[in-house]
Design a protein. Structure first.
Length: 403
């Protein structure tokens, strides 16, 4: 076997929870460590360790990414009341993704992993639709109050100069709820610039949508900043023959279903969270989606944009075989390795990441796939549904043949 490929600088690894934590280890041991000499700066973001550290480990991981530039993250639990009881946690911790994105800022780009044997369920989609999700603010950095009874809710802003602005939200006649959200011009500008640069780099149109007809200050500010930032890109877009298009969020949803794809759909934080799952599911599975946070600080966090596969995890604990799709986890690692190779100027690492991805896609196109994909792919003679271990072994076989 050839010598291992050595990268010069660390990759920040953020481990996760439940079945994805099991798959994460399998991917590393089967498809990465035998071929690569990696320096790993490791952070355990499993829910038990986050509870032990009062979630300090999550911010430590974000700071490590800021230092080393490249991180790779497994899927993690964001606990609700049921999860607090299940894991005997101290409290309902915030989303680790939200903490990391809030610290690094930036934009999350999510693109479906397309394979020939599994056409999108939306028949008009011929090319990938990339979701650009603003990674700062909105509901993910909110403040909430559960109103106990009658009273008045107000929105208050006190400037550093001492001026105060007060807007009444509502008069409550009984119990209710209040939520406050925010964003910043600087983060929205960074988001807009990232989207326009992506469009130029990939040669695709950029679509953006909000609900500025209803949210005449909050959503309207997003639209204003996108319009302002596009002026610096207008001529370059025209030279490339690509376009920037703004419309309302409900209109763009209707339009996207009739498009052929091949575009960047820029979304506010919550919209991007929801719509990226819709696009991934329509293209086969939530596990068939790449995801990368690109920070204006020059940092990259590659992640699996799906949950921890709790149901499979409990079957695994009983000793049962599972057919859990590891593609998003695998592509998170290949994305991080490729970027680390680019930054370290190690072309062999870039080629390895490309080769491993091709091996995984070839495995599916040759009919070997996990249960989620086998259930939706059209019938063909070579198709077989296998468990996770067999699927990874088939990828490894094709990887070895290609190297």
């Amino acid at each position: 076997m050839q010598d291992k490929i050595r990268l010069k600088n660390p990759i920040v690894e953020m481990d996760g929870d439940e079945m994805t934590r099991i798959l994460w280890k399998m991917v590393k041991e089967e498809l990465l460590f035998p071929y690569l000499d990696l320096t790993i700066d490791y952070y355990d973001l499993g829910i038990e360790h986050r509870d032990e550290t009062d979630d300090a480990v999550t911010l430590e991981a974000a700071r490590a990414v800021e230092k080393h530039q490249v991180g790779v993250k497994c899927a993690t639990i964001t606990p609700n009341a049921e999860r607090v009881k299940e894991y005997n946690l101290k409290r309902e911790y915030k989303s680790p993704n939200g903490t990391i994105r809030g610290y690094l800022d930036g934009t999350v780009f999510r693109t479906p992993i397309l394979v020939e044997k599994i056409p999108p369920v939306v028949r008009s989609w011929k090319k990938p639709i990339t979701i650009a999700r603003h990674a700062y603010g909105d509901v993910y950095r909110n403040a909430e109050i559960r109103v106990p009874g009658p009273g008045t809710a107000e929105l208050v802003f006190r400037s550093q100069s001492g001026e105060t602005e007060v807007v009444k939200i509502a008069d409550f006649e009984g119990p209710g709820i209040i939520q406050g959200i925010h964003n910043t011009d600087a983060s929205i500008r960074s988001f807009a610039q990232a989207c326009f640069l992506f469009g130029l780099d990939r040669g695709v149109d950029v679509w953006f949508a909000t609900k500025d007809t209803i949210s005449k200050t909050y959503d309207a500010r997003f639209k204003e900043i996108f319009d302002e930032e596009f002026q610096a890109f207008r001529d370059r877009f025209a030279e490339k023959g690509i376009h920037y298009f703004y419309t309302l969020i409900d209109d763009v949803v209707a339009r996207i279903m009739k498009s052929e794809g091949g575009l960047l759909w820029a979304c506010k934080n919550y919209d991007g969270d929801v719509m990226s799952d819709m696009v991934a599911s329509a293209c086969g599975s939530l596990a068939m989606m790449t995801s990368v946070l690109i920070s204006p600080r020059g940092c990259y966090v590659y992640e699996a944009a799906h949950g921890t596969v709790q149901r499979h995890y409990y079957r695994y604990l009983k000793g049962e075989k599972t057919s859990t799709n590891p593609m998003a986890l695998l592509f998170a690692w290949t994305g991080a390795i490729r970027k680390r190779g680019e930054l370290d100027q190690v072309p062999e690492a870039v080629r390895f990441a490309d080769t491993l991805e091709r091996a995984a896609l070839t495995t599916i196109d040759e009919g070997i796939m996990t249960g989620d994909l086998a259930a939706i792919s059209p019938p063909f003679p070579e198709k077989q549904s296998v468990d996770t271990e067999a699927f990874l072994a088939a990828i490894k076989e094709r990887l070895d043949q290609a190297l």
